[in-house]
Write a protein that binds this ligand. Structure first.
Ligand code: ADP
Ligand code: MG
Length: 397
């Protein structure tokens, strides 16, 4: 499949590590260092194996030009703090600045400036990839979250030098392959969140691969509407009703059960303290919107999950940012965590808001694997080949 840090000799070698330092930042300070913390195993292993570590990353969208607000310098300082290693920052990711920074860095980890300051990065340009490759001996891709992009530092470079997966990439690929590659069955998926339109490809892929598809969040409304339920003022995409019917037909053909909410928590406004009520799904008032699945739905879904061996979860069941509309998401999250603790289920969750919801529910540590990859995680759920992963597989042949 792909090689890992265990497969090559790193002693005295310079490892070019594609990291994801595209972290949340406010006024030049990193506000969430989760992604940096996840680099620790790769950086520590490489240093223990005697390698010089050089970190490559993009940040924001400077579109091929130097944009000072998008410098990786603050991220470099965060690497130093979070990983507890000395760090040298190079003003450019290729050329003399990079070469000199690496040569003079002694025991320090080197962080190179934003790859996207050069147009060659997003263009997957061979010349730019070669300029990167010239800086080291072995390429290590540890950025699963950037693997859905065919860019010079995620794709082209892997064809120019020995290429392996870092620990974070390896853990992600192993967890994902255990969930959808050769999963223990039955497999359930929970797909929630705001809109069907953003997750159509996910739904289409999953109905052919899982035994139970739980649809929640705003997207459940479109499915309910497609089945003739009146959803009042709920978030709904009537244009996608026909598509929703096709998904349901494909599910029926492939023996996938689709579970939709049977009751709902509705309110007239989406704000803290707004009056709310629980109603059966066929009694949503015309002037109200469904903001969460109801308690009966949560109870019945928790029961269905009891017999599932594998779960893939993307998208909250309700508008979880404001209580009490987080009840459905939290209730399911606790049930999933219990089943995972009990060893009867392997659970994988991913997506920006989903990660936040798991953390708000206090179960992050009890889910088998939480992917922080966002776009790459969704493309993987869509069943698409990820160029960064393909390139590592190609390099391992
Ligand atoms: P992720 O980031 O995990 O992929 P999404 O971005 O697709 O998830 O969905 C999260 C958003 O969906 C949240 O902002 C949440 O408030 C919203 N949402 C969930 N349920 C509803 C609902 N019933 N009505 C309106 N918005 C909803
Ligand atoms: Mg989101």
């Amino acid at each position: 499949m792909f090689k890992t840090l265990d497969d090559l000799d790193f002693a005295g070698k310079t490892a070019l590590v594609r990291a994801d330092l595209n972290v949340p930042m406010l006024n030049g300070v990193v506000t969430d260092a989760t992604r940096i913390a996840r680099l620790a195993p790769t950086v520590k292993d490489l240093r223990a194996k005697g390698a010089k570590v050089v970190l490559l990353s993009h940040f924001g969208r400077p579109k091929g030009k130097r944009v000072e607000e998008m410098t990786l310098a603050p991220a470099a300082r965060a690497v130093e703090d979070v990983l507890g290693v000395p760090v040298t920052f190079a003003n450019d990711c290729i050329g003399a600045d990079a070469v000199q920074a690496i040569a003079g860095s002694g025991d320090a980890v080197v962080v190179l400036e934003n790859l996207r300051y050069h147009a060659g990065e997003e263009a997957n340009d061979e010349g730019f990839a070669a300029a990167l490759a010239a800086l080291g001996d072995i390429y290590v891709n540890d950025a699963f979250s950037a693997a859905h992009r065919a860019h010079a530092s995620t794709h082209r470079i892997a064809g120019l030098m020995p290429a392996v997966a870092g620990r974070n990439m390896q853990a992600e690929l192993e967890a994902l392959s255990a969930a959808l590659g050769e999963p223990e069955r039955p497999v359930a998926a929970i797909v929630g969140g705001a809109k069907v339109s953003t997750k159509l490809a996910v739904l289409e892929n999953l109905v052919g691969r899982v035994e139970l598809l739980i649809i929640g969040g705003g997207m459940a409304n479109t499915f309910l509407y497609a089945g003739g339920v009146s959803v009042g003022k709920s978030l709904c995409e009537p244009d996608l009703a026909e598509t929703a019917r096709q998904v349901m037909a494909k599910a029926a053909e492939s023996g996938c059960e689709i579970a939709l909410p049977g009751d709902a928590v509705v309110a007239r406004e989406f704000k803290a303290g707004a009056p709310f009520e629980v109603v059966p799904i066929d009694a949503i008032p015309d002037d109200a919107m469904m903001l969460d699945v109801g308690p009966e739905t949560t109870r019945s879904l928790c029961e269905k999950l009891q017999s599932c061996r594998t779960l893939i979860w993307n998208g909250p069941m309700g508008a979880f940012e404001i209580p009490p509309f987080d009840d459905g998401t939290v209730g399911l999250a606790e049930a999933v965590a219990d089943l995972t603790d009990a060893g009867s289920m392997r659970s994988v969750a991913g997506g920006g808001d989903t990660v936040a919801a798991m953390s708000a529910a206090g179960v992050s540590e009890r889910i088998t694997y939480i992917s922080t990859a966002g776009g790459a995680f969704l493309e993987w759920m869509e069943g698409r080949a990820l160029p960064g992963v393909e390139a590592l597989a190609e390099a391992a042949k």
